[in-house]
Design a protein around this ligand. Structure first.
Ligand code: SAM
Length: 338
């Protein structure tokens, strides 16, 4: 690892540095992100001599491939709330499809519908006090999508309904585990309901994802990095992208979340987050802490969260021989990843 870092720390930045070498350097890639000074991504290996695959590239936003249509700006709409505060209430157009209002939320400590009966908070987050900006418990326990304001809305970038939109706010560290390759931890404490980061990658058609799966020598290896954007999948939809949703491939380009390992007792969960509803098929995969996570604890999520077929395969002895053994080490470990 030290040898791999040397060219970066001694050469990159000099006027005579090889631009190609710098382009392929992981440290140059992560240092180029505008968040690097305040919330850096770091890479450490205190276990062995492994380095990250040199063909992997760090990116700070997903790359939409040419085959994926993006809605024309004329089809996009934002809310026209008069103030940022208005974006918390059911009157905000961005929240029309949020399932229910917040007064059903047991731990909602700040709902003012009793004081102000015409206005019911509907957005996904707590709005004030120590929990401000954290996902509300009812949503945290559900698998409901999160609808947020975005850049075409009339509200400001500080709008309380733009948590994922504003991006990662905590540093992350990629570290070498003893038995599961690389993993990820956060050097600061995370709170239950706190947004951590998006899962990034190349956004490709399902057809292309199937082609890549078939091309990979071991299909299981490829599946590890492919996530379908299927929250709104509807086989009968006239919209081909909802009938056959795209997938995100994080194998060769992604952010730090691509190195997060699986646990059968995870401390995070992925939520579908929608910005502009015209681009629903391109919803974000947003990772949130589902419990308080102390600084330095490994971050994990359940790779088969809600996928009953894979879950039952893990208990089927005839299928187990072809499955990857799970080493999460938790009490409720299913024994196999997939
Ligand atoms: C998305 S990658 C996570 C990063 C990976 N550890 C690496 O070094 O690139 C998924 C792969 O990590 C390993 N992995 C993740 N969670 C695991 C677990 N609970 N038990 C065993 N292996 C795991 C498996 O090899 C799996 O195919």
């Amino acid at each position: 690892m030290e040898a791999a870092m040397k060219p970066h720390f001694f050469n990159h930045g000099r006027p005579d540095s090889d631009p190609k070498e710098m382009e392929n350097c992981h440290w140059c890639q992560i240092r180029s992100f505008k968040t690097h000074k305040t919330i850096p991504i770091t890479i450490v290996n205190e276990v062995d001599d492994e380095v990250l695959n040199p063909n992997f590239r760090f990116i700070d936003h997903s790359v939409i491939t040419d085959d994926i249509p993006v809605a024309d700006d004329s089809f996009k709409t934002g809310c026209n709330c008069a103030s940022d505060e208005d974006c918390m209430y059911s009157t905000c157009q961005c929240l029309e499809e949020m399932a229910t209002d917040s007064d059903e939320d047991e731990d909602e400590d700040e709902d003012d519908s009793s004081r102000n009966p015409g206005r019911r908070k509907r957005f996904a987050y707590h709005s004030s006090g120590p929990k401000a900006g954290l996902l509300r418990s009812r949503i945290l326990q559900s698998r409901e999508p999160i609808y947020e304001c975005h850049k075409l809305c009339s509200c400001s970038p500080q709008c309380p309904n733009r948590v994922v939109e504003r991006g990662r706010t905590v540093p992350l560290q990629i570290f070498r585990t003893k038995d599961r390759g690389w993993g990820v931890r956060c050097p600061v404490d995370l709170k239950k309901g706190q947004f951590v980061d998006r899962y990034l990658g190349e956004i490709i058609t399902r057809k292309e994802a199937d082609r890549r799966r078939a091309e990979a020598t071991l299909a299981e290896r490829k599946d590890v990095y492919l996530f379908a954007l299927d929250k709104f999948e509807n086989a009968n939809s006239d919209d081909p992208l909802l009938a056959e949703p795209p997938e995100v491939d994080g194998e060769w380009m992604s952010g730090p979340t691509r190195f997060i390992n699986h646990s059968c007792e995870p401390n995070m969960r992925i939520f579908a987050r929608v910005g502009d509803r015209a681009d629903k098929h391109l919803h974000d995969l947003a990772l949130f802490a589902i419990q308080d996570i102390p600084a330095g604890e490994e971050l994990t999520f359940d790779y088969v969260d809600g996928l009953e077929e894979l879950d039952s395969d893990a208990h089927d002895s005839s299928k187990q021989k072809d499955m990857t053994k799970c080493l999460c080490g938790t009490k409720s470990c299913r024994g196999y990843l997939w």
